[in-house]
Every structure is written in C-alpha cells, then in structure tokens.
Design a protein around this ligand. Structure first.
Ligand code: PEP
Ligand code: MN
Length: 368
C-alpha cells in the first residue's frame, strides 16, 4: 500500500522504534495515528474521543484503504501509550513539519478545492481572469461577457485595493462588491476578490465565491483567523518576502481554524532585479507540491508587472506543474485605474488561452 507519508516507508518511526520517553520529548502533538486497514468506525471514533479527552484536537482523514488521524495541540506532557495501545491502531507517526494540516505528511493525496463554477486540483489547469480593480459596472460586464464566451469560469476584480500610495485609486469598496455580485450572477461566473481586513469578511463573503488574501496580508493573523471561519474557499497569495515555510504556516492558520479549501498563489517576490516588478518564483511550485497537498496557482501579472511577459510566464507556470493562473485582463489596459501596464488586452488573452490549451493537452491537464 502506498505510505501515508511522503517519505519512504522504512524512514518512518513506528510504535516499536520510538520509546515512550522519546515520544514524549518529540511532542505527541506532532503526530499522526494510523489506523489498521480493517479498523471499524467505532474504533476510529474511540481514538478521536480519547484524543479530545486529552485536551488535543483530532483531525480524522479517511483514506482509500484506511483512516489516519492527525493530532494538533500543545501536548508535551501526555503519555503516548494511551493511544498506541488502543484497538485498531496500527502505529503512531511523527509529523516533522511545523505546518501539519498543510503538510503532505498528514495528507498524502492532492486536495481538490471546489467552487460552484470550477475547481482547483490535479488534472485541471484553472484560469482566473479579470481586471485589477472593479472600475465600473460596464467594464466588468464587458470583461465578463468576453471571458465567459472563451470558457473562463472565474472572474477576478478588486473592490478593496491594497495600494502602496494612499493617493492611488483605493477601489470602490462596497459598491465594487455590489457590481461583482451582479455581474457574477448575470454571467454565471465565480467571483474571486480580495478581503483586506477582518471587518470586511462578511460583506466580501456575500459577493464572492472565493476570498483572496493579498500578498501584503499573508501574515495578517487576525485576518487569517477570521477567514478560517468562512465557508468560502480562499486564495492565499505568497507574501513579497515569504519563505515556503512562512507561506505554508499562513495556510495552516486557515486549515487549523476549519477552512480546508485553500489554494496557494505565487505572485512574485522582492529581489534585486529591476527588469520586472517582482521576481516570479516559479521554482517554488515543485517544492510546494512536494511539501503540501494544497493546490498552487501562479499570478504572472503581478509577478512581472509587464503585459509583454505575461504569456511566457503563464505557459511556464503550467509547465512547472502549477494548478492554474490568475491573470489581469482589461478592455482598455491603457486607461485602467490600476495595473494597466501588466493587464492583457482581450486579443492577447485570447491568444494566450489558445497556447495554454495546446500545452495543457501535452501536460495531461484540462483547461477549466
Ligand atoms: C491583486 O491580485 O489584486 C493584488 C493586489 O495582488 P498582490 O496581493 O499579489 O499584490
Ligand atoms: Mn493588480
């Protein structure tokens, strides 16, 4: 049977190989309980109940052949033998990563994040497109009509905009949300839009099908906790100087709070380079896939800052194994209120989609 963890089987410490005191020192909180293949549900339930009696949180993960139960919590002081000896328990494994629920050690299969209109995961390549900001209803309707005719199902557009300058266009806020909701309904498209503050979650949630957390807010822990309570999927952008571990720890906040519908988005990081707005770090895609089960998409628009470079980096994202892209498109990029220089024209976007379709076929992914 394929292992429950991503490491080779013989590297896993088992019940037998870990003494009591070693387990205690290593914190049982970083553990996974692997149930036996035939373990009936009442045995699984009993283990969950025992974990909870110990004041810890149990995260049951039913698999194709058996169930595993992740344990999180601050648990240095408990005796692991109370779990190891329970009926139906095969072994206790140590989870070595500080992010647990986001880790592949806890969840070997790729997660599929589903929206009413689309999905993110293996076998598909998901396209989110639309302008940087919601400028007015007419340009949103024009963009939605164009994209929908090409088969794009997810429409982006910011109502609340995080801008470096307080003098730049800040977005239309609640009026922007109203427009997004109306246009999403009219064209049957899913809406992806940013929530900048915990106080906005309820309003953004009522207009959006997916809540975006922007790069600047990746470590806004109050916002992460608030969004973790939402029933809507989340698009979590990588911070401009975030390591892979910091990014996955931010995802962990969402998962630990109960929202397991998380898609990661690489959007470029700050480097010494001055040939592009940011340095699009496609090299993070394979490590994300190795260390996490969450889908990861790429934003080549903010990653490059220049529409001339967006098509090449979109194709490169697909080739690198990303699960999709989010790309800025505008009916008249040169008149855009924000990020016009990196926004594709309609005809450029149409051409890009055609190229993506060809490459997706080679990569065994379906463009959605
Ligand atoms: C955006 O996608 O609208 C945006 C502001 O991106 P980022 O947070 O990556 O800068
Ligand atoms: Mn933008």
């Amino acid at each position: 049977m394929p292992g429950w963890l991503s490491r080779p089987r013989d590297q896993h410490p088992t019940n037998d190989s870990l003494s009591h005191s070693t387990l205690k020192k290593r914190h049982i909180g970083n553990m996974l309980v692997v149930m036996k293949r035939q373990a009936p549900q009442p045995q699984v339930d009993a283990v969950i109940e025992r974990i909870e009696q110990l004041g810890l949180k149990a995260h049951p993960m039913p698999g194709a052949t058996r169930t595993a139960i992740g344990i999180t919590g601050n648990t240095a002081a408990i005796d692991p033998s109370v779990l190891a000896g329970m009926p139906g328990v095969l072994e206790l494994l140590r989870v070595t990563k500080p992010y647990k629920l986001a880790s592949r050690e806890m969840h070997i299969d790729d997660t599929v994040v589903r929206l009413p209109q689309s999905q993110f995961g293996p076998h598909t390549f998901t396209v989110i497109a639309g302008p940087c900001s919601v400028e007015n209803e007419s340009m949103m309707r024009q963009t939605a009509a164009f994209l929908r005719d090409l088969g794009v199902r997810l429409l982006r557009g910011g109502a609340f905009k995080p801008r470096t300058s307080p003098y730049s266009f800040q977005g239309h806020g609640e009026e922007g949300l109203r427009i997004l909701k109306a246009v999403g309904r009219e064209f049957g498209m899913g809406i992806v839009t940013e929530v900048m503050d915990a106080s906005q979650v309820a309003d953004v949630e009522s207009a959006a099908d997916m809540l975006q957390i922007g790069a600047r807010n990746m470590q806004n822990f109050t916002l992460l906790k608030a969004v973790s309570q939402s029933s809507k999927p989340v698009l979590l952008k990588r911070g401009i100087a975030a390591t892979l571990e910091e990014w996955l720890m931010a995802a962990e906040y969402l998962l630990a709070g109960g929202n397991d519908q998380v898609v990661l988005c690489e959007r470029g990081v700050r480097t010494f380079a001055d040939h592009s707005r940011n340095t699009l770090d496609l090299s993070i895609v394979p490590p994300v896939k190795q260390h996490s089960h969450l889908p990861v998409i790429v934003d080549p628009s903010h990653g490059t800052g220049n529409r001339a470079f967006v098509p090449a980096m979109s194709l490169a994202a697909l080739a690198a194994g990303a699960d999709g892209i989010m790309v800025e498109v505008h009916p008249e990029p040169d008149r855009a209120l924000s990020d016009g220089a990196q926004s594709l024209t309609f005809s450029q976007f149409e051409q890009l989609l055609e190229s993506l379709r060809k490459l997706a076929a080679v990569m065994d992914r379906q463009l959605v």
